[in-house]
Design a protein. Structure first.
Length: 98
């Protein structure tokens, strides 16, 4: 599944359930921009299970720590580029679809 399709489905799911349940995006999360897109579309959280497993297999604990460090830095950098300083400021207005 390509990334654009993942986020198309996420937007439809969030719209369909409204405030009845919290939507958690699980799958396809590989970088900070994916987390920001999911949160901007209404997901309450993201899970990147494979990301941790690949890092663990490749580098053990240090690999996981490096991955988390990189993900945190990507999210912070990309939020600055989006002009937001708080996760609560994320919304569909922050996204551009081509």
């Amino acid at each position: 599944m390509d990334q654009d399709h993942l986020f198309d489905q996420l937007a439809e799911i969030v719209d369909a359930v409204g405030d009845k349940i919290d939507v958690i995006c699980e799958g396809g999360i590989r970088r900070g921009t994916h987390v920001l897109k999911a949160l901007s579309l209404g997901a309450k959280a993201c899970s990147g299970g494979r990301m941790y497993l690949y890092a663990l297999a490749a580098g053990g604990q240090k690999g996981v720590e490096k991955t988390l460090y990189n993900l945190k830095n990507e999210i912070e950098r990309d939020m600055k580029l989006m002009g937001v300083s708080n996760i609560k400021q994320l919304s569909e207005k922050n996204l551009r679809f081509r």
